[in-house]
Write a protein that binds this ligand. Structure first.
Ligand code: KG4
Ligand code: ZN
Length: 339
């Protein structure tokens, strides 16, 4: 079972507030253990120092669980993969240092993985896998990108946000509504019972394929200030309609550029990735877009949308096939170019 002809990789993800480990054998994910750090909730956002400390506490049990769930021993691993960038530097250091130590102890190669490339490749964990060229809308707490994929490791960014990420806009607006962090999933929950056309917020009108969300955020802030001055209970009384209207605006802004990109590049295989791809409004919108043009739509399972090590593992699988390794000198970086 664990013989030499297999390619078995342990992958570690620690870029933000999820400590995760996954084992992949020959491109098949055998386990994906995720420890979500609850410590940040009371601060209304991720506190970098607390994230690093929580990773330190979580990493050994999470890796042990991932190996156990996959029924793989450390000795039968062929490589260790880790998220090298982008992310919180202290958080990345925990995962990368652990990966380096284990790779050195087992005398096996190290595979560095770019977190944003991994979000896109989350589509390749399960069947049916996308056909190339594949266009992916990657929407997370830190990024908003339209990515054109020619092959698993050959991708280009066609457009991205010039200010806030879509998830950041969801979370910051949720904070204005006094919802706990991360507010994106809660806006989604309340939006499902609200009227998306109750309140109108401006859709950013940027040229090309880039996005901007800071204007939406400011428009909602001023709108709430004005309404609350007249009625202090305005948010409480209108929460569902506000959430539905905010979600409608953000999803519309995302879909406008995504549709434009797919048409401009003649792509008919499309998908969404990243934490915000769990959003029900976005999932419906992309499915409707697919129906409209008869395009093939790919939506990853929820557990592969938000941060997880399975996406790092599948990326490492493709990198190992091309022998894209690094050595013990590898250092994580908070920001990094695409490759
Ligand atoms: O990819 P991810 O787990 O972490 C980053 O790499 O940033 O994305 C987290 C983001 C957060 O902003 C969170 O609020 C958002 O994804 N998110 C959602 C939903 N689920 C997660 N936003 C809107 N609706 C959701 N259902
Ligand atoms: Zn992410």
């Amino acid at each position: 079972m664990e013989s030499e002809q297999h390619q078995i990789i342990l992958a570690i993800e620690s870029s933000c507030d999820e400590t995760s480990a996954s084992v992949v054998r020959d491109g098949v994910v055998l386990s994906n253990i995720i420890a979500t750090q609850k410590v940040h909730e009371e601060y209304g956002g991720v506190v970098p120092e607390l994230a690093s400390r929580a990773h330190l506490q979580n990493i050994v049990p999470v890796v042990d669980q991932a190996l156990k769930a996959a029924q793989i021993s450390k000795e039968s691993l062929h490589a260790i993969a880790f998220t090298q960038a982008p992310g919180l530097l202290g958080a990345l250091l925990v995962g990368s240092s652990f990966a380096k130590g284990l790779a050195q102890a087992l005398d096996i190669p190290l595979i560095p993985v770019h977190h944003m490339q991994a979000h896109v490749l989350a589509h390749f964990i399960e069947d049916p896998k996308p056909t190339f060229p594949f266009l992916c809308l990657t929407v997370s707490g830190g990024h908003t990108q339209i990515v054109l994929c020619h092959a698993p490791l050959d991708m280009e960014i066609l457009g991205e946000t010039i200010d806030d990420a879509a998830g950041e806009a969801f979370d910051k607006i949720a904070k204005m509504l006094e919802l706990p962090y991360p507010g994106g999933p809660l806006i989604d929950k309340y939006a499902q019972e609200g009227n998306p056309r109750a309140f109108e917020f401006p859709i950013p009108n940027l040229e090309g394929l880039n996005f901007s969300f800071s204007g939406v955020k400011t428009a909602v802030l001023y709108f709430l200030q004005k309404k609350k001055a007249i009625d202090p209970d305005f948010v409480k009384e209108n929460l569902k309609d506000i959430c539905a209207s905010v979600q409608y605006t953000i999803v519309k802004a995302l879909m406008k550029k995504f549709e434009k990109a797919a048409k401009a590049y003649g792509v008919s295989h499309i998908g969404v990735a990243g934490g915000v791809s769990a959003n029900s409004g976005l999932r419906t919108a992309i499915s409707e877009l697919g129906q409209k043009y008869k395009w093939q739509v790919y939506l990853p399972k929820f557990e592969y949308c938000t941060d997880n090590a399975a996406m790092i593992a599948i990326t490492a699988h493709y990198k190992m096939l091309q022998k894209e390794f690094t050595d013990l000198k590898a250092v994580p970086t908070a920001r990094a170019a695409w490759k």
